[in-house]
Structure formats: C-alpha cells, structure tokens
Design a protein around this ligand. Structure first.
Ligand code: NAD
Ligand code: 6OD
Length: 501
C-alpha cells in the first residue's frame, strides 16, 4: 500500500490518524525519514504526513525510469503500450470513488466538479493519447538523385527518454495525466513530482499502474517541494531527458534555467491574466453563465480562468449587476453538499496571497461590487482557506489588479467602447494564455479570436476542451503546445531515415 492508514479510519477524522503518503519508485512504496504535513483546505485538519524525497531517492527514481526504458517497456509494440494505457484508464475508473475522495480531500473542491471534470479527464487522458499515438502517421518523401535511382525518406518517432513531470495543485490528476498520458503513449518513462499541496492522486495512480501491469519503473512519483527539494533534485538531474512543467511563470523560468544544463527540452504551461470580452450583441444570459464559471470555477484556481472582464459600455451596468447576483447566489460549503458551488482556496498561504490583492484593490480605490473579504463559515470550516467571490469595478488596465495573476475567485470589470480599443487593451499584458469572447456577430468573433494574443480563444464558451487540439500559452504563459498530435512534438524525437535506392 502506498497510502497507508495507521489508525483507520483516516479520511474523516482529525488529529493523529492522518494518512501516510510515500513515494512510488520502481513499482513500490518508498518511505522517507523526513515527512511534511498536508492539511485540509476545508478546516486545516491534518490530512496526511507526506514523505519528502532526498536527492538520492530522486536519483533512484530516475535510475528506475532509465532501467525501465531499457527493459521491457522499451521493447513493447505500440499496440501493447496502447492496451496497457487503456487498462490504466479502466483502472482509474474502477477506483473512481477512491480517486474522487483523494482529490476532494486534497483540494476541498466540490465533489460535483471533481466527479465531472478531474477524475474522468484523468482517465480519458490515457485513452486519448493512446489513440493519437496508434493512429498518427509520419511523413514520407521520395527524392531524385543524380544516378537516377533515387532515395526515399521516412520519419520515425522515438521516445525522448526519461521525462520529469512537475505538476501544480489546482487540477492535480487531470493536469498530471495530461502529461503522463502522452509521455507513456510515446514510449517514455516518467518521474512525477506532484505539488506538495496535492500528493494523493498521483500516488494512487501508482497502484493502478501496478494493477494494470505497467512494468516497474515506467511511472514513478517523488514527493516534496520545489527549491532545495524534490522539484529541484528532479529538474537538475542529468538523467532526465526532458522536463514538462505546469505552474507559475516565475517557477517556469527557474525550471528553464535548470533545463539549460544538458540542453534539455522544456514544455512550460504557466500563468495567465485572462480576459473575457463581452460585446453588447452577445447572448446576455449565456455570457453571464459562462463568465460566472470562468471567474469562479474551482474557486478561481483555473489557469484559464477570467480575471479581467471587458464589457461593452451599453450593457456594462446591467452586466455588472447580473454577475453580482450570480456571485452572491453561489453557495460556499462542504464538497459533498450538492448545493456547494465553491470550495476554499488550496491553502492558508494561497489565501494570504489572494487576500493581499483584495486589500490592494481597496487601497487603489476599487469599487467592491461584491465580496472582498473572508466569509463567515460555520463550525470547524471557520479554520479553512475560504474567501468570498469578489468583483471590482473602478480600476484601469494599469492597476496591479488588472495586470497580475491573482489565481483566486475574483475579477475586475471594465467598460470599453470599440473593438479596436478592447483588442489593444486585452493584448497589453505580459501573459497570453486564454480568452473568452462573447458576441453573436460571427465576423467579429473570427476577427477578435484571431487578433487576441493568446494560445486558446473561446467564442461563446469557456473551458470547452477537445483533447486533440493544441493547448498552451503565448507570451509569458508558456512555451510549446500539448494536446493531440502536438504532444508528440515534445514527447518524441523525430528521426529521418534516408535510404538510397
Ligand atoms: P508553482 O509554480 O508554485 O508550483 C508548481 C510545481 O512546481 C509544484 O510541484 C512545485 O513544488 C514545483 N516547484 C516550485 N519551485 C520549483 C523549483 N524551483 N524547481 C522545481 N520545481 C519547483 O505553481 P502552483 O502554485 O502549484 O500552481 C498555480 C500556478 O500554476 C498558477 O500560476 C497557474 O496559472 C499555473 N497553472 C498553469 C496552467 C497552464 O496550463 N498554463 C495550468 C494550471 C496552473
Ligand atoms: O484541460 C486541459 O487540458 C488543461 N491543460 C487545463 C488546464 C487548466 C489550468 O488550470
């Protein structure tokens, strides 16, 4: 067992009966002398004591991954790998309730959200990328030669090797499998460093890998923090051939520097300061519903979430009032309550950051349309990382509130007059991850979507994801694209074979 319960039952009670979470290295649980606390975002109770990997343990995970690459995993056919990845997806679904309980415990997010998004997507990522790898062709060119006999060229895709996978806490299983799925489908092996805030589902996945028959060493998990801990040990390890990262832009910069040693490729999915652009001709109710989701889903902790809302002036006041009503109708509460629309933030530390922006907005003279503080939560929930869903008006594009990623359930609403003006204002930002445009004018939709400097532009929707499409950020939001065949660009080496006839 990787997740052990010294004094069962563990998940529901407080105090000493916390889970123990170990690393998963070479197909087995590995403990560490040092452990750190994982606390519930709901009420601060101790959830787990998590092993913190030493440099030597990270090294043994990387060695196990290398050995697996040279061992049975490296000799499997694509069809055999595909079968195994289907078995992994089925294994997640078979243990759906375990994954759901673990993800919800670590994050505090509503069960309804994790049940419909996080866990099914965690499973789907294995099937989708298995299918991509099974079906993707490579190129072939005939060429003429002076002797008239010619030559042929064809391309082969080969795994890059051992991939280091560094993950965030906001959609832990979904975002981890979004990388591990394609990495394994392409024949690589992985060492995963989950966020210190969300150690559980990556660890559970180890049990599923074993049950599915994935060879030992193909999937490894090491727990710990970033600098001076497992994250740094992994990204600086010379045995890691490529690094894929999702998290903050500043962390991505550090990881890129680590990857420079050995000239290793990086895939970086990073922060955002995403805008919604609401034109006066939009379907008003749909725009309100979509903007409520894009601002507040997962307590605003979605990289694609909206923190700047530009609304065309004729409908600005009406839009602000409707969004306010929607925000105030959202129920904050326990994950298992079906009426809960929003959970807490991930941690007290993150709450301190979000609340510092709530204070800053007030200091800068924002009008607080709703929220702006900490809600009164009943009983033990009062000790959790709760904040109010918050909307502001009255600040401009140059304010910190309009420029810096907060990663909380909050947005600044600003009026605009013309399409040209709003495009200039939306693009005047260092980030470029995602946008949502709300309009009934198709010509305008195409024009605006093309002109906004982002990796992902939604029109009349938000977070509608086809996993075959390219995903990633422009500007400081990322480097590279993952998704569908685009993941193959990172997780494989393309080799040209030229044969003289
Ligand atoms: P983070 O950057 O703080 O941490 C991400 C991971 O990096 C964690 O596992 C952490 O332990 C590790 N880490 C930190 N410092 C490191 C170092 N020096 N070396 C190696 N590893 C290190 O991010 P977070 O707080 O977990 O997640 C929130 C951020 O992630 C937000 O900025 C959000 O926008 C971003 N995000 C982006 C996407 C995307 O697809 N673009 C998706 C989700 C989240
Ligand atoms: O849906 C996805 O594939 C994806 N990468 C979502 C990212 C969400 C960020 O928080």
């Amino acid at each position: 067992m990787l997740i052990t319960e010294p004094q069962a039952p563990a998940r529901s009670s407080a105090g000493t009966d916390a889970l123990q979470i170990d690393h998963f290295i070479n197909g087995a649980a590995v403990a560490s002398a040092r452990r750190f606390d994982k606390r519930s975002p709901l009420d601060g109770r101790l959830l787990a004591r998590v092993a913190e990997a030493t440099r030597d343990q990270v090294d043994s995970a990387v060695r196990a991954a290398r050995a697996a690459l040279r061992g049975p995993w490296g000799t499997l056919t694509v069809a055999q790998r595909v079968d195994l990845l289907y078995a992994v997806a089925d294994g997640i679904n078979r243990r759906f309730d375990d994954f759901l309980a673990a993800e919800v415990a670590d994050t505090g997010k509503p069960m309804s959200l994790a049940r419909h998004v996080d866990i099914p997507r965690g499973a789907a990522n294995f099937k989708v990328f298995a299918d991509v790898v099974k079906n993707v062709p490579t190129e072939f060119f005939e060429m003429s030669t002076p002797d008239g006999l010619g030559a042929i060229n064809y391309a082969l895709r080969r795994p890059v090797g051992v991939v280091g996978v560094i993950c965030p806490w906001n959609l832990p299983l979904l975002l981890m499998t979004w990388k591990v799925g394609p990495a394994l489908a392409c024949g690589n092996t992985v060492v995963v460093k989950p966020s210190e805030e969300t150690p559980q589902t990556a660890t559970l996945l180890g049990e599923v890998m074993n049950a599915a028959g994935v060879p030992a060493g193909v999937y490894n998990v090491v727990h710990g923090f970033g600098p001076g801990s497992a994250g740094e040990f992994l990204t600086s390890h010379p045995g890691v051939n490529a690094i894929t990262f999702t998290g903050e832009t500043r962390t991505g910069e550090v990881i890129m520097k680590a990857a420079a040693s050995g000239a290793r490729p990086v895939s970086l999915e990073m922060g955002g300061k995403n805008a919604a652009v609401v034109f006066e001709d939009c379907d008003f109710d749909a725009a309100i519903e979509g903007t409520l989701r894009s601002c507040f889903a997962n307590c605003g902790q979605v990289c694609l979430g909206t923190e700047r809302v530009y609304v065309q002036r004729p409908i600005f006041d009406r839009f602000v009032q409707a969004l306010k009503r929607g925000a105030e109708a959202m129920q904050l509460g326990r994950p298992e309550d079906p009426a809960t629309a929003m959970g807490p933030l991930i941690s007290q530390e993150h709450r301190d950051k979000v609340l510092s922006y709530y204070r800053k907005a007030a200091e800068l003279g924002a009008t607080v349309v709703t929220g702006g503080g900490v809600p009164a939560m009943p009983g033990e929930l009062a000790a959790g990382a709760w904040v109010q869903p918050t909307l502001w008006t009255g600040l401009g594009d140059d304010s910190a509130i309009a420029r810096e990623e907060i990663f909380g359930p909050c947005a600044l609403l600003m009026p605009f007059d013309t399409e040209e003006e709003v495009l200039r204002r939306v693009n005047d930002n260092e980030y470029g991850l995602a946008t949502a445009v709300w309009t009934r004018d198709l010509q305008r939709a195409h024009r605006v979507a093309a002109a906004i400097e982002v990796g992902i532009a939604w029109v009349n929707s938000w977070f509608l994801r086809d996993l075959r499409t390219p995903f990633g950020g422009a500007k400081q939001s990322g480097i590279g694209r993952e998704g569908g065949v685009h993941s193959l660009e990172f997780y494989t080496e393309l080799k040209n074979v030229c044969i003289k006839l």
